[in-house]
Design a protein around this ligand. Structure first.
Ligand code: BEZ
Length: 391
């Protein structure tokens, strides 16, 4: 937010209080929330699930956060980093939103974080794991409800090493999410004596996997680690099985490989092990209540993206309650969020000084249409927040 807009918003809140006296809370200006998410392309389903989760939380709060009625503004970012700065400016400059909520794609999120920093706008990231968002770009106005790319990769590196595999090939999309997931995996796997013998990649959102699958077959590793998500993950899992690799070379991934995708992947996903901060069989009262409310509202089963959207609402609500809806109080907002325990369907978690969740990573195995939780891969895993001055 520019200084002028900050002053205007603060003056508007103060004027309401002066004029209306005890009725001030009722006449507080609406909270303008800018949703910047993918509604088309490979990650469209992820964007929709995040919006559903966020709206569910807001509606459970009677349509208000921090005492202010929520008004939504939306932009389809198409998961296209080249359009990201223009898209985020539509929300910040044209619509003058108080808060940005977005997005899914790490490259797009980095552009959002840069604009949020320059304009001092509050930003809640409900998926994109770009390490830089809670690394060098961290700040009191930026918080994430999801994960850093390093986290599930690192958790899975420990699991694959414990399974006794020695030589692994990695395969992913060539952009921050893929590169950083693989980096996290390597850090844990190689620390335990494993070796990544080949890194394979293709540009996002390309799904022509055939040549790379042939290379995996020729390399004959003990196992494969991968990051793919959304529609690309569906095609990868199906192609891996169709190439005859599934029988001989176990496939591991960060959990996005099989989350929100199992209907489409069918039996080709059966048995795949992944690590993620959510699963389908937690069976806790908190998760059961969330799943029931989500299913009733949307006639759909929730996935990790829906949970992250819901928790973006919870984090925003927690911070805004502490500052009574005054979005100009960034330091107080951040302090409140970092003191809180977020009562998430995934299980309770805290937020680090860098603004990233400190949370358990579950080991999940696909069984039928579920990512069944079969253990905890990493307990209370915190991102190292490299480059964040606040941590
Ligand atoms: C990312 O780009 O950060 C991302 C996209 C989909 C799932 C997980 C991470």
């Amino acid at each position: 937010m520019t200084l002028r807009r900050t002053l205007l918003a603060t003056a508007a809140l103060a004027a309401c209080a002066l004029i209306a006296g005890p009725a001030a809370a009722q006449s507080a200006p609406k909270l303008k929330v800018g949703l910047m998410l993918p509604y088309t392309g490979t990650y469209a389903a992820l964007g929709n699930a995040i919006e559903n989760g966020f709206r569910l939380y807001v509606s459970e709060q009677g349509g208000k956060l921090g005492g202010r009625e929520v008004e939504f503004f939306k932009v389809d970012d198409e998961s296209d980093p080249a359009k990201a700065t223009d898209n985020v400016n539509k929300l910040v400059k044209r619509d003058q939103v108080d808060v940005l909520v977005g997005t899914v794609h790490s490259g797009v999120a980095m552009a959002m974080a840069k604009v949020a920093k320059e304009t001092n706008t509050l930003l809640v990231v409900p998926n994109a794991g770009a390490d830089a968002v809670t690394g060098p770009l961290c700040g009191p106005n930026i918080v994430r409800s999801s994960f850093s790319n390093w986290q599930p990769g690192y958790a899975m590196g420990e699991v694959v090493a414990k399974k006794g595999h020695k030589k692994v090939v990695t395969i992913t999309w060539k952009y921050a999410a893929g590169d950083e997931s693989v980096k996290g995996f390597k850090e844990a796997f190689e620390k335990s004596g494993g070796q990544v013998v080949k890194d394979l990649s293709l540009p996002f959102p390309n799904v022509e996997f055939q040549a790379l699958l042939t290379e995996i077959a020729a390399t004959k590793p003990d196992a494969v680690f991968t990051f793919f998500a959304g529609a690309g993950a569906v095609k990868f899992v199906k192609d891996y099985a169709a190439a005859g690799l599934k029988k001989n070379i176990p496939l591991y991934g960060s959990g996005f490989l099989t989350d929100g995708t199992l209907e489409a992947q069918g039996a080709d996903a059966d048995g795949i092990l992944t690590a993620l901060h959510y699963g389908d069989s937690l069976n806790t009262p908190r998760d059961n209540a969330f799943r029931l409310a989500y299913a009733k509202t949307y006639k759909l089963q929730p996935d990790v993206y829906a949970v992250q959207g819901y928790d973006a609402g919870q984090i925003l609500g927690t911070g805004l309650a502490a500052v009574k809806g005054d979005v100009s109080k960034k330091a107080e907002f951040a302090a409140a969020v970092q003191k809180a325990k977020i009562d998430s369907p995934r299980g309770p978690f805290t937020i680090s000084k860098a603004g990233n969740p400190v949370q358990d990573f579950y080991l999940r195995q696909v069984s039928g249409k579920e990512n069944k939780v079969i253990g905890v891969a990493s307990k209370a895993l915190a991102d190292p927040a490299r480059g964040c001055k606040a941590s």
